[in-house]
Structures are given as C-alpha cells and as structure tokens.
Design a protein around this ligand. Sequence first.
Ligand code: IVH
Length: 683
Amino acid sequence: MTENEARRRMADLTKELEYHEHRYYDLDDPVIDDAAYDALMRELEALEHDWPQFAAPDSPTQRVGGRALDYFEKAAHRRQMLSLANCFDDTELSEFDARVKRFLELPENAEIEYVAEPKMDGLALDLEYENGLLLRALTRGDGLVGEVVTENVRTIRDVPLKLKALPSGDLFGRNAPQFLNIRGEVYMDIKGFEELNRSQAERKRQTFANPRNAAAGSVRQLDPKIAAERPLKFFPHTPGEWPGDDAPRTQMEMLEKLGQLGFRINPEIRLCIGLQAVVERYRELMKMRSELPFEIDGMVVKVNDFALQNRLGQIAKSPRWAVAYKFPAEERTTRINAITVQVGRTGTLTPVAELEPVRVGGVEVRRATLHNQDELSRKDVRVGDWVLVRRAGDVIPEVVRVLPERREHDNPPFRLPAACPVCGAATVREEGKAGIRCPNSDCPAQVQESIVHFVSKGAMNIDGMGPRIVEKLLESGALRSVADIYRLDAATLSNLEGLGEKSAARLLESIAASRRPTLSRFICALGIPGVGATMADVLTENFSDIHSLMQSGRERLEDIYGVGPEVATSILDFFGEERNRARIYDLLKLGVEPQSAPVRELRETPFSGRTFVVTGTLAAFGRLEAEERIRAAGGKAASSVSTRTHALIAGENAGSKLDKAQKLGVPIWNEEEFLRKLEEAEG
Ligand code: IVH
C-alpha cells in the first residue's frame, strides 16, 4: 500500500465508522452488526499503527479505551472548582435575587437576566483543551486537586476530542490557540442506567443504586475499555478559562459557542428575565422531572452576564452569582419489616427501620433512620407499620410518619435496648439529650466506626482503606486504635485476606501520604462529637497548632464565632480525657505532623487580630457579608459581645447587643465608620 493509498483508506474508514456510530448512537438504528463494525475499527487501528503520521487525534479509535491504569494520578485544577449554595423555597430564591441586586447596587425592582439550567445529578468534570485538542480531564476532587481521568473521558462521545472551528474564524481550527478550560457534568441517562444494570446482573457483576453512582463508578474505572462500554454522557455548564477575543460575554453565548465547538448542549436550559420567570421555569421543570431522560435534583440559577458574575465574585467556596434551587424531597410509602439498632462512633444508639425495598428519589431504599428514642416515640413507629419515607439528595433516608389508618397489627411500641447490642454494656441516657449511648469507648462498634471516620475522605483521606479493610484489620488484631494505622507494615497487610501485594503497597503509600494532614483534617479526624469538617476549619482559623487547641479554655473557645457552648463543652470533654490526649501524642510520635494553614501575610489594618460583632441592619450588605469582609481584612467575627470585643458594628435597629456593648464600654461603630475602616484596610 502506498502512502497515498493508506491515507485515503484511513479517511474512508473514519467516515464510515462515524456514519455507523451515528446510526447506532443517535438514531438507534444500526445498519451493520457489531462484528462488521469491529472489523472496520481493527482495520483502522492497524493502519494507524503502520502510518502513525496520519493518525488523527480525534480518530474513532481514540474512543475505544486504551491501556488499564494501576491508579489515578492527581493534578491541581488551574482554577478552583467551586460548588453551589442551595435554596429550598421561593422565599430563599428571592433573597438570592435581592442579594444579587444589592451587591450590584441595582434598584430592588430591577430585572436580572438569569439562566435556568437543570441541576444534573452526575459528577463534575474539568476539561482542558490545548490547540483545540482534549489534553486532560480531571474529576472535581476537593475542588483544588482532582483525579486525572483523561483516558476514560476520551471514550465519552459527547466530549469532543478535537474542537470544531467557530464560524467567526478558525480560533479552534487550524491556527488553534492556546487554551480552553470547560467544566460540565458527566451523567448517565435513565435508559442507559437501566440497560447497564440489566447487563451487570446477567453477568453477575455489581449493579448500581442510581445513575449518579453508575456514572461516578464508570468515570473512576481503571480500565478505559470498561468505561468505553458504559453509556456516559456529558453536558458542559461552566467556563473554567476562556482566553482571547472570542471569549463569550454571557452564559447563553458560551453555551451557543460550545455547541458550535462540538459539545451537546442541554436542551432544557432557558434564559429567564427577572425572578418571576425563574420561578415559573422551576415549576415547569419540577412537573417535567419524571419524564426527563435524565435525573435532576433541582435547577441551577445563574446570572447570565459574565461581567456581572465577575463583579459578584464568590463567598467562601460558592459563587455569589448562582444558586441551586433544590427540588423538595421525594416521599413514598412502604412497610417496616424490622427495627434494628446501630452503634455509631461516639457510642450513640440509632434505631434503624428495615424497610420493604422502595424506590425514592431515584434510589432503592431498604433502610431509613429513626434518629433516636424521642423521635421514635413521638412518631410511634412500630414493626409492621406502613410509613412515609423521604429522601433528599445524598442525605440518609428517614421515616417521616406512620400511616395509622393502615396499622393492622398489635405490636408494642419499640424501645431502644438497655444493653449495647454490640458489647453488652449497660446503655446510658445523658441528661438533656435525646440520644442513648453505649458508654464503653472500647466497644468494638465504636472503635471500628471511629477508625472508619479517621481514614475517611474528609478526614485523613487514606485512600484504599475502606470499611471492609478496616473491619478485617480489626479482626486480625493488627489494628486496635487509629495510631496502629501508622504501625502497619507490608508483611501484616499482605497477609490480609483479599488484599493483594499491589493494593497493600498502595495502601502503605496512602498511609505515608496522610502523615502530613492539614491541621483542619487532623482535628476533623479526631472525631470530637459536634466537630466535623466545617467546625474544624473554624478552629484552624483560630489555633495555630493542635497543642494550643488542646490547652484552650472555655472562654477562648466560646469567643470564636460559630462555636457555641455545646461544641465548647464537647471539645473540653474530649481533651479532658486522658486516653484521647494519649492517642494524639501517640499519633504525633509516630510521625503524623498536622500542618497549620500558612498565616496570611496581611498588612496591619484596623481589623488585624481583633474581634468584632455585627448587629442590626446595614444598608450596604447583609450581616454574613459584613463578617466576611471583616475576616478578609484580618479580623475575627464573633456572635456575642464580651469584654474582648474590639468594637460593635451597629446598623439600624440594633437591640440587646448594643445595650450590652454600652454596659461593657465596648466601642460602637456605625456603618459609616465601619465602611471607612474597611476602605482603610482594603485600600
Ligand atoms: S454550575 C460554581 N450548572 O452541581 C459552580 N453546576 O454544587 C458552578 N451541577 O459541582 C456549577 N448541574 O457538578 C452548574 N447546570 C449546572 C449543573 C451543576 C449539575 C453540579 C456541579 C457542581 C454542583 C454544585
């Protein structure tokens, strides 16, 4: 075959394969069978092998899935991937609208141009294109660092391997530029999900609880050949980076351009002028929800104009220019077959309803929490009852109420046991609390749950140490407490049933990598009741290392904005226990080094290191925003006035806090003064 013949044959094969893919995927009406299609594909692969100089980067062969990986590499996003704040009713939505206008200094009756998009129930993906070619695809990860899943993403037909030229020129054509970064949602439609589960069941493989899990599992599949078989789809929804003169100026314009570049755009996206139009579209979408080919869990509302988006900026990890208006939780009826009792990491006994399986919000639900004895008694839930079950998003399903008219048995009311179902210790009820606890901190259930929490993603993030491995390590005696994790060695691990040599080595690597957690993750990992990831972040802002947190007294803790008396007590109790302190010192001795967040280099400002309280109504911004500005200027925001308050910032109609400040002689700033000081600080 001559060079020219090869080139021509390759072009023909490409066209032919593209045509058959169109018949198969888009029209659902193939005209050749799988074997004939495979033969064409193999012929093209062989030619590309012999004539690599003619192999196109967007050839159909690139979608079949390359070599399997051992693990996913991690990489930093070029820009942080944010998440969305939620709202749950029309009032909260109109508050969002009002905030947008206030921030932009627009009149209250102004009509903002919003884009209303279905909130796809999938997972976010970050795509990087260079010179028009797909370079890299990252999962969201923690927003800063994601996993490199390029090989799997190449197999998704909705993701162009090569961008088409824009009609305006050849920006992404031959003289393709620089760089384009696009974010969107990878998902599985309902039909694809059901077919996948059917075929998984036939082959005695794992089935998935819902399309979201199926999509996530497929994107994080180490073998791209398997990912290629999964019916994954993709809709773009956010620009990451779009440099150059062709950059779109609005969300709608961006979607149009992405369509021209070769992306499939969600047909249910609408431009809505003003709040009322947004509310109407929400009602419409909610009605259509069950008929849509994909699952959605709400509607995303975005300010259309990118210049306005930029002015609005972000607060914490969410943009101020968008909000997710969630759909109300779905409810279904089913029957309670049994009530069992779970023991959590802090020893709390949770009654759990074992249900007749029922689909709620796109997931099969078999168990639902009954929270605690008080809730359970109040709702009078009994074995055999028909109940209403609710599930919203990723939260644990719960029993809403009993349907008394359908009770046909005379089972007695359920009571939590007097002895821990796991270790047999007599349970206790703490005064003033709803929960009943197993007081034995050596209770195997508590030990196991606290280790599972310690290694979890939001805590020490030890990859490859799931609940099953933890259970096995406990059974084998290799683990008795969290400190033992850092004493594990290759010999112990590879003796563990079901853990190959490779996985053992990888697990040791993740353990080693977890030795330098952020201080916040470390605090979260300790499992102090009431101190999750968010509270740990708050504490980290106020303590430079673990020792100063361990030694702090009640006053210092309660001074921190967001730390109430209950959390303060919980922290004091926790560090008051000798065994908890011993465990922390054990971890430090074994080489765990919590890293304090670098102290931000800030000029001295009127706010530096000082504590402020905001009260009353400010004209320029809401209380949360005012507090955000204080923190940005190096100060702290507290919720109650004390002698350590540097100044009270008082807006209109300030009440008891103003009285208290006057009594304590705390300086009072009015809004004008506050703005002046902010200007000075931000100068
Ligand atoms: S815009 C700044 N639009 O929802 C954040 N997100 O918590 C920009 N999602 O992680 C997100 N559909 O993965 C946007 N039409 C849509 C979306 C959408 C689903 C996901 C996204 C994000 C999460 C927000």
